[in-house]
Design a protein around this ligand. Structure first.
Ligand code: FES
Ligand code: FES
Length: 153
């Protein structure tokens, strides 16, 4: 089936089975391998992307359901010469270890910076609840998001 996605601000025409997972189409057809598969069941958030500006699990979405909607992936966070502030903070404050969860956390954290600029630590924890991490214990992730939030205030 021919359909057109809008990914990271670009029209991306595709000829795909509309029931394939958005995660697979992003990674396999469009070469956007930043989004990761953890659980494949909507539990871990490693596959998080923004859909019309809101975080979603791309492992749960058939690609046909996102036609005409805006998909933003982790590849769109950094500019050509600089990481997104929350990516920079995750690196600087050691909020990433094995890295499997990191793209999804970065996507959700960038959304937090945009939509909840006054969030406190407890709110950041709640907003990140859909992004699981087996390595960091979350303290350093939350430290990084708080540092990015405070830097933009
Ligand atoms: S891989 Fe999508 S939520 Fe875990
Ligand atoms: S850094 Fe390994 S799962 Fe989060």
């Amino acid at each position: 089936m021919n359909l057109e996605l809008n990914v990271n601000g670009e029209p991306r025409p595709l000829d795909v089975d509309p029931w394939r997972r958005l995660l697979d189409v992003l990674r396999e057809d469009l070469g956007l391998t930043g989004s990761k598969e953890g659980c494949g069941e909507g539990e871990c958030g490693a596959c998080s992307v923004l859909l019309d500006g809101e975080p979603v699990n791309s492992c749960l979405l058939p690609v046909g359901a996102v036609e005409g909607r805006a998909v933003r992936t982790v590849e769109d966070l950094a500019s050509a010469d600089a990481l997104h502030p929350v990516q920079r903070a995750l690196v600087d404050l050691a909020g990433t270890q094995c890295g499997i969860c990191t793209p999804g956390i970065a996507v959700t954290a960038a959304w937090i910076l945009e939509t909840h600029p006054e969030a406190d630590r407890a709110q950041v924890r709640t907003l990140l609840a859909g992004n699981l991490c087996r390595c960091t214990g979350y303290q350093l992730v939350v430290d990084a998001v708080m540092a990015a939030l405070e830097a933009q205030r």
